[in-house]
Structure formats: structure tokens, C-alpha cells
Design a protein around this ligand. Structure first.
Ligand code: FES
Ligand code: FES
Length: 155
């Protein structure tokens, strides 16, 4: 076991982690942050995307012991004070959610994009979510939702 310190959604966490735990396991099974989803478990679907120091990562590919001292943001950090963010609301408004399994990872990839580029083009949005698979809605409403949120957040 390793003792690590990290920040998760602006809260400090000090916890002993097993060498074999992934960041995804730590978030879901230990910290009970189950908004982050487990899909393929091998870096192919993006369902487990979280922000590590502001950059999107597949949390199934990161070992928990590697995030000592790091800042992590999950989908639970997106809604401030129980209010949906503009990005979350745009997914609802644009019909960009069906089963919802891909949505947390999709939103985290979108959030990373909007943090570094508040005025993305359609092509930049498509590139930002190219590692996130959706089997339900198709990508047109998802891209529309992200562009809509970008307009709202920067107005
Ligand atoms: S569960 Fe991590 S990429 Fe699919
Ligand atoms: S809404 Fe079902 S996988 Fe995207």
C-alpha cells in the first residue's frame, strides 16, 4: 500500500492505495464517485475520462499511486452546488444523452477543451471527443451541445 495525497473536485484526499488499483477503481470503488463509468477498461472507449491537472485521461489506464500530489476533476465536480453546468444542461437540451453511459466522459473531454479553448470550432470539438465512444445518439447532437455550451459560457 502507498499513502497518497490528492485533490478530487477541490477536496483534499489522503488515502492508502494498493499498487494494483487504477485511478478509476479508486474513484468508483473507494471514494464512491460512481459518475465516472467503466467501459472497456483498456483505454478504448473514454467512458472513464477524468481531468488530471486539467487534461483528460482514461482513468482506467492510470495507476492510483501515480496521482500522488495531483488535482483530479470528475463529473461530480461539474455541477456546482447541485446546479447543472451549462455544459450538462446543453447535453439535455440538444438531446445528446440517451443511455447516458458515455456522457460523463464526454463532458469531461469537453470541459478540458473549453478550459483551454473557450471558443472552439466544430472541428476542434470533434477532435476533443474523438476518444469518447457513443453507441446511442450519434455525434451530431453531442457536438451541437458542446458548441452551444461554449457560446453560453463565454457570453
Ligand atoms: S473504461 Fe477506460 S477507456 Fe474504456
Ligand atoms: S448516450 Fe448511450 S453511449 Fe452515448
Amino acid at each position: 500500500m502507498h499513502l497518497i495525497n490528492l485533490t478530487v473536485n477541490a477536496e483534499e484526499v489522503r488515502i492508502e492505495v494498493d499498487d494494483r488499483w487504477t485511478l478509476l477503481y479508486l474513484l468508483r470503488e473507494v471514494l464512491a464517485l460512481t459518475g465516472t463509468k467503466q467501459g472497456c477498461g483498456k483505454g478504448e472507449c473514454g467512458a472513464c475520462t477524468v481531468l488530471l491537472a486539467g487534461r483528460p485521461v482514461d482513468s482506467c489506464l492510470v495507476l492510483a499511486r501515480e496521482v500522488d500530489g495531483c488535482d483530479i476533476r470528475t463529473i461530480e465536480g461539474e455541477a456546482a452546488g447541485g446546479e447543472l453546468s451549462a455544459l450538462q444542461q446543453a447535453f439535455i437540451d440538444e438531446g445528446a444523452i440517451q443511455c447516458g453511459f458515455c456522457t460523463p466522459g464526454m463532458i469531461m473531454s469537453a470541459r478540458a477543451l473549453l478550459m483551454r479553448n473557450p471558443h472552439p470550432t466544430q472541428e476542434e470539438v470533434e477532435e476533443a471527443i474523438c476518444g469518447n465512444l457513443c453507441r446511442c445518439t450519434g455525434y451530431i447532437p453531442i457536438v451541437a451541445a458542446i458548441l452551444s455550451a461554449a457560446r453560453k459560457e463565454s457570453s
